[in-house]
Design a protein around this ligand. Sequence first.
Ligand SMILES: NC(=O)c1ccc[n+]([C@@H]2O[C@H](COP(=O)([O-])OP(=O)(O)OC[C@H]3O[C@@H](n4cnc5c(N)ncnc54)[C@H](OP(=O)(O)O)[C@@H]3O)[C@@H](O)[C@H]2O)c1
Length: 275
Amino acid sequence: MVIPANSILITGASSGYGAALAEVYARPGVALWLGGRDEARLAAVASLCRARGAEVTARRLDVTARAAMAQWIEECHRGRPLDLVVANAGISAGTGGIPKDGGVEAPHQAQRIFAVNVDGVFNTVEPAIPLMRGREPRPGVAAHAARGQIAIVSSLAGFRGFPGAPAYSASKAAVKAWGEALAPLLAREGIAVSVICPGFVVTPMTARNDFHMPFLMTADAAARRTRRGLDRARRRIAFPWPTYAAAWLLGALPPALGDRLLKGSPGKAPFNEGT
Ligand SMILES: NC(=O)c1ccc[n+]([C@@H]2O[C@H](COP(=O)([O-])OP(=O)(O)OC[C@H]3O[C@@H](n4cnc5c(N)ncnc54)[C@H](OP(=O)(O)O)[C@@H]3O)[C@@H](O)[C@H]2O)c1
């Protein structure tokens, strides 16, 4: 049975995968609450979604601003009770080009990645939980999702620590484990939690990668694949399967063997202050 989602909040909707997801959900009768930092790009995504018939409210907001995030999420829920909250905003950087004596990652890289990718997810999901808890279960909707759905965007990079992106893979492992832990707790209360683990997707984030990305998908294909999983409130939405199988196996192997397989693998570009 398809879980209905007619009031949807998405962070990081101004670009890439978040923007594609907004467009995939945009249709008459749907209210979209879109967050991002770049006002112009956010406005462009909002007008594309309006052209598809959705009612769109866009807000320029940094996910690390905890109090402002809580206030925004509450305002959206008051506007129309949230059926689906997607914690998508994220940044990425790695060890590419770091000189041998230059340390592991660029200065403040790990802290900034964790602030956005981990604290930003907490700041999005935590305010949504009491709001969803407080609403009446939607009639005719499966009990484990009757009060709403939460989607956490992790990555296949979260299945193991990758030397090319230490803090990034750690941040994605953190939110993956957090979402997996929340899922059975919140399902009892009628809130379904899905953890999304995409492989490589064509977005501005991957445009910085100067290495081969196997099974690279378009943002639209990734968003459609994600929606199919969310429609069924799947606990884990991981794709495409060949990269998923490889990431799963790398995570399951003894670390020394995994290290050998990853030896010489390229690093993501390092952090710059504009990220
Ligand atoms: N692309 C991939 O291959 C891939 C694979 C697996 C997982 N993911 C995950 O998918 C998510 C989206 O990534 P993407 O590939 O679509 O990258 P992207 O095109 O760079 O988009 C990132 C989005 O996050 C927003 N964002 C970044 N920092 C923010 C902050 N502090 N506050 C609010 N919004 C912020 C950006 O907003 P502004 O642009 O307005 O600043 C943008 O909308 C990320 O969590 C990423 O880790 C991506």
